[in-house]
Design a protein around this ligand. Structure first.
Ligand SMILES: O=C[C@H](O)[C@H](O)[C@H](O)COP(=O)(O)O
Length: 233
């Protein structure tokens, strides 16, 4: 296991301390959440009783293969806890998510949870969001016009930067689990995430964006010096 992977696993292990039998759990997506599902499966095999609601088909497949009991958000519209990774953690536990393309389901699941815990290695903590390109999920219609709408919205919030249509490593256009496209916005510095979130949500054709505001209540960061738990004020 690489050092980074080891840190991700430490953060995931710490988050499991908050999981109790009987809980309905939102299960995040990505390389850090993958550790969580691995460790959760071990606990399930020891007798922990939970129902997981996955935030992506990838997480569903992993959890199913490991024997973690799963349900849908329609069956369990209120979750006790959601545990997920993040691409950046900014001030007030604002987040950028969606590096793996799962932001839409992740935001729906996190919003349905009474509490969201974010797990990450300490390198994800930033003073200002935006070094990581902001994923914006859009419909597959009129993308050129949607891009112009996003550019206008971003300018209104004091941001500007290149929008890149996300592609898979094989060159094909990346399509999300919900059948949409992703534009990655290189804004570099998002000084007012609230304003940008509000602006982007008003652009016709934008399905969701990767700014998670007032959703994470706790962040668990694992670094060389150990594990730090930060609660939202
Ligand atoms: O769409 C993907 C998710 O938002 C991930 O939770 C995020 O990209 C972090 O992934 P990782 O744990 O692999 O850095």
């Amino acid at each position: 296991m690489t050092d980074a992977d080891n840190l991700k696993r430490q953060a995931a292990a710490q988050a499991l301390e908050y999981v109790r039998s009987g809980m309905k759990l939102g299960l995040g997506t990505g390389s850090t959440a993958k550790h969580l599902v691995d460790l959760l499966a071990l606990r399930v095999n020891e007798g922990l009783e939970v129902v997981g609601v996955p935030t992506s088909e990838a997480t569903r497949a992993q959890a199913e293969s490991l024997g973690v009991p799963l349900g849908t958000l329609d069956e369990h519209p209120v979750l006790d806890l959601c545990i997920d990774g993040a691409d950046e953690v900014g001030p007030d536990l604002t987040l950028i998510k969606g590096g793996g393309g799962a932001l839409l389901r992740e935001k729906i699941v996190a919003s349905a949870a009474k509490q969201m815990i974010v797990i990450a290695d300490a390198s994800k903590k930033v003073e200002v969001l935006g070094t990581f390109p902001l994923p914006i999920e859009v419909v597959d219609f009129g993308v050129a016009a949607i891009r112009r709408g996003i550019d206008r919205a971003a300018r209104n919030a004091g941001c500007h930067g290149l929008l890149t249509l996300r592609r898979r490593p094989d060159g094909h256009v990346f399509v999300t689990d919900q059948g949409h496209l992703i534009l990655d916005a290189a804004y570099h510095s998002i000084t007012n995430p609230q304003a940008l979130a509000a602006e982007l949500s008003n652009v016709p054709g934008v399905v969701e964006h990767g700014l998670f505001i007032n959703l994470a209540s706790r962040v668990i960061l694992a670094g060389a010096g150990g594990v730090t738990v930060i609660d939202r004020a």
